[in-house]
Ligand binder design. Structure first.
Ligand code: NAP
Ligand code: ZN
Ligand code: ZN
Length: 386
């Protein structure tokens, strides 16, 4: 039996939050049902969050779906370090607006909206003014696990939850024509692959290599194809070859097969590397043409083998990194996906399947993104855990 439907409930008048608890007590905020971790080895357990009362610029969202990103696994298992607990992950959020603050004119209750990896930034630095809020010089506020400087210094908590309150400037409009469960992964996996493809001006005639066929990788294939590129997938999993071709890849190369890698020598213009574990990039550099580029998107928790400078120098190859995308670019990506009918391939899971889904994701056993159906969360407890 699935657990009962989760509905945000209005709490009784709240007691003041204990000093240092990070909880903002309020009389008309809501308690939200959630799943999160209480320590790096707790796994995901039911938790209750105190969401803030919407301020003048805030949008309160009843969450319907939230994608499971490999970054969530790195974070809740403490693989990147520097994490605070309890921690509710989730930054691929889709839902409907339930309430708006008095200054919000661009969203009304009932609108379908999304929230990605950030919920705030300084709004004043050069990066923010350029629409590159993800590179905010004063540090963007991540959707979970970040100090929410504008909201009493509480810690942000993410989308494995029944509701969230976010400043209107960081809320995306989700095209109604797209399936909301399959749109959720666009908010991270989609924009993270879209942004370097756009930065490189990918167009018809370009050859794009996608390394790692997981959540990010499969979006990379779909987006690069929609931009008109020829797509070559590099995978470690022989079992994924037919699926990669079905997704639209023109060629698939087994990255551990030296002969296949040699055959791909000097064939690619741009590589987006989405692998979540340390791996040797030097064989990939050899597949690039002169002036090619490799964008590192995956963020393994351990060090990567060293890059051989000779491999870069000999063909004027650029080795770059890229972090998600700005807010305007995320909206552009959503609109592009609506125009081209692009969504993620998802497996929708219940809250009580989250731990198993994490293990399956780490084992590469998902095609290609798990998405949590938040209607399967428990009813929130009477008091908040965070
Ligand atoms: P995912 O769904 O787990 O996909 C990762 C893929 O990497 C796997 O499907 C697998 O593809 C390949 N892989 C090869 N060896 C692996 C190994 N030993 N362990 C795990 N994967 C291995 O992960 P994701 O959600 O796409 O995220 C990928 C990485 O990007 C993560 O490190 C995540 O933190 C990072 N990320 C970065 C950004 C950013 O802004 N730059 C945004 C989101 C996520 P094959 O089977 O095809 O080889
Ligand atoms: Zn992510
Ligand atoms: Zn800034």
């Amino acid at each position: 039996m699935p657990p009962p439907l989760a509905k945000p409930v209005t709490p009784k008048p709240a007691a003041p939050a204990p000093a240092g608890s990070g909880v903002i007590a309020s009389n008309d905020g809501v308690l939200a049902a959630a799943y999160g971790a209480t320590s790096p080895d707790s796994g995901l357990v039911p938790l209750t969050l105190a969401r803030r009362t919407p301020g003048a610029d805030d949008v309160e969202i009843a969450i319907e779906f939230c994608g499971l990103c490999h970054s969530d696994v790195h974070a809740v298992r403490g693989e990147w370090g520097g994490q605070s607990w309890p921690l509710v992950p989730g930054h691929e959020i889709v839902g409907t607006v339930s309430r708006v603050g008095s200054a919000v004119t661009d969203f009304v209750p009932g609108d379908r909206v999304g929230v990605g990896c950030m919920v705030d930034s300084c709004r004043e630095c050069e990066s923010c003014l350029d629409g590159l809020e993800q590179y905010c010089e004063n540090g963007m506020t991540a959707t979970y696990g970040a100090v929410d400087r504008r909201n009493g210094g509480s810690l942000t908590q993410g989308g494995y939850s029944s509701s969230v309150v976010v400043d209107r400037r960081y809320v995306l409009r989700v095209p109604e024509s797209l399936d909301p469960a399959a749109v959720a992964p666009l908010l991270c996996a989609g924009v993270t692959t879209f942004s370097p493809l756009r930065h490189f001006d990918v167009e018809e005639g370009d050859v794009v290599g996608v390394v790692g066929l997981g959540g990010l990788g499969h979006m990379g294939v779909k987006l690069a194809k929609a931009m008109g590129a020829k797509v070559v997938v590099f995978t470690t999993s022989e079992s994924k070859v037919p699926a990669a071709l079905e997704l639209g890849a023109d060629e698939v190369v087994l990255s551990r097969d030296e002969a296949a890698m040699d055959a791909a020598n000097r064939t690619i213009d741009l590589i987006i590397d989405t692998v979540a574990a340390p791996h040797d990039l030097n064989p990939l550099f050899r597949t690039l043409r002169v002036d090619g580029a490799l964008f590192q998107l995956g963020l393994p928790s351990e060090a990567m083998p060293p890059v051989n400078p000779r491999a870069l120098i000999r063909r004027r190859i650029a080795y770059a990194g890229s972090l998600i995308g700005g807010i305007a670019e995320t909206q552009e990506m959503l609109d592009f996906c609506a125009e081209h009918g692009v969504v993620a391939d998802v497996e929708v899971v219940r809250a009580d399947q989250l731990n198993e889904a994490y293990d399956r994701m780490v084992a590469g056993d998902v095609k290609y993104r798990f998405v949590l159906d938040t209607s399967t969360l428990q009813v929130p407890a009477k008091e908040a855990d965070a």
